[in-house]
Design a binder for this molecule. Structure first.
Ligand SMILES: C[S@@+](CC[C@H](N)C(=O)[O-])C[C@H]1O[C@@H](n2cnc3c(N)ncnc32)[C@H](O)[C@@H]1O
Length: 272
C-alpha cells in the first residue's frame, strides 16, 4: 500500500473509533415520562385513577367479545386494563409520545397482541366499530361527539370518567369511595331509533323519542314509562306493560300476561 493510502486508512479507523467511543460515552436520553397536566390538543393529560378504570370497565359490563376504544388514550391505562381482561382494545391519541409510551407499556404488561394505539385526532378518526367507548374528555368535547355516539350501533356502551354528554342522561352511574378526585363513572347505552308510527295488531303505536326515553300512544292509550336499552324497548299502555325488541323496521312485543308475542311494522318515520 502507498504511504498516503495507509495514512487515509489509519485516519478512518481513528475517526470510527472516536465515533464509537463518543456514542458509548454520550448520556442516554431518559425514556419519555408523561407529565400530569401536560398540554394536549383539545384537553390536557390526566390519567383515570386505577380504581375508576376498573369501575368504568365493570359498569360497561366488558366481555371478551367486546371491542373497546378509548378516545384520547393518554398513557394507555384504560386500553391496557381492558386487554388484561382479555378484551381487544384500541386507543386513539393525538400526542405521538403518549402513543409510543402506551405501546411500550402494553408490551411490558404482556398484552400487546390485544391492543392497538393509533396516533390521530378523535374528531377525525373512525371508531364506529367499537362496542364499548371510554372517554375522559371535557364536556364540550363529549357534546361535539354526541351525534357520532348516537349514530353507533344500538347497544353500544359509552362510559365516561366524570364528564357528561350534553343533556343525555346516563343509564347508570357508579362512584368510588373513598375518593378525592375523578370518582364517578357514567354509562350510556346507545338507543335504537324508534320514532315513528308502527302498525301493530293492537292498533297504531306512535313513538316519539328523546335519547332512551320514549313517549307516545298505542291506540287510544298514552304510553307511560317508555324506555329503550339498546334495541330493547319497554312501556306501559293502559293496564298492560309491553317489552320487546326493535330493529330498523320491525318491532316485536310481548304484553304482560300474554304468552304470544306480537309483531309491528314501521309505517312512517321522521328522517333519520
Ligand atoms: C384527560 S386525558 C385522558 C387519558 C386517558 N383516556 C385516561 O382516561 O387515562 C385526555 C387525553 O386526550 C388527548 N387528546 C386531547 N385532544 C385530543 C384529540 N383531539 N384527539 C386525540 N387525543 C386527544 C390528550 O393528549 C390526553 O392524553
Amino acid at each position: 500500500m502507498h504511504k498516503s493510502g495507509s495514512v487515509r486508512l489509519t485516519t478512518a479507523i481513528a475517526l470510527f473509533a472516536t465515533i464509537v467511543v463518543s456514542a458509548a460515552a454520550a448520556p442516554q436520553e431518559p425514556p419519555y415520562q408523561p407529565q400530569l397536566n401536560q398540554p394536549g390538543k383539545d384537553v390536557q393529560w390526566v390519567p383515570t385513577p386505577p380504581a375508576l378504570v376498573q369501575k368504568m370497565l365493570d359498569l360497561a359490563g366488558l366481555t371478551r367479545d367486546d371491542q373497546l376504544v378509548d378516545l384520547g388514550s393518554g398513557d394507555g391505562v384504560l386500553v391496557i386494563a381492558a386487554a388484561r381482561r382479555g378484551t381487544r382494545a384500541r386507543g386513539i391519541e393525538y400526542d405521538a409520545r403518549l402513543v409510543d409510551y402506551s405501546k411500550r407499556a402494553a408490551r411490558e404488561a404482556g398484552v400487546e397482541p390485544l391492543t392497538r394505539f393509533v396516533r390521530g385526532d378523535i374528531f377525525k378518526t373512525d371508531f364506529s366499530d367499537a362496542t364499548v367507548v371510554t372517554t375522559f374528555l371535557l364536556p364540550s368535547m363529549n357534546l361535539q361527539l354526541l351525534p357520532r355516539f348516537l349514530a353507533m350501533k344500538p347497544g353500544t356502551r359509552i362510559v365516561a370518567n366524570t364528564f357528561a354528554i350534553g343533556d343525555w342522561a346516563p343509564d347508570a352511574t357508579a362512584t368510588i369511595e373513598p375518593c378525592e378526585r375523578w370518582c364517578t363513572a357514567m354509562l350510556w347505552i346507545v338507543p335504537a331509533r324508534v320514532a315513528g308510527t308502527w302498525r301493530t295488531p293492537k292498533g297504531l303505536l306512535v313513538l316519539t323519542q328523546k335519547y332512551q326515553v320514549v313517549s307516545g300512544s298505542l291506540g287510544d292509550e298514552p304510553l307511560l314509562n317508555g324506555r329503550l336499552k339498546g334495541e330493547e324497548i319497554s312501556f306501559t299502555a293502559g293496564a298492560t306493560t309491553y317489552t320487546g325488541r326493535v330493529d330498523d323496521y320491525r318491532i316485536r312485543l310481548r304484553a304482560s300476561g300474554d304468552d304470544k308475542p306480537m309483531e309491528g311494522r314501521l309505517q312512517a318515520a321522521p328522517r333519520r
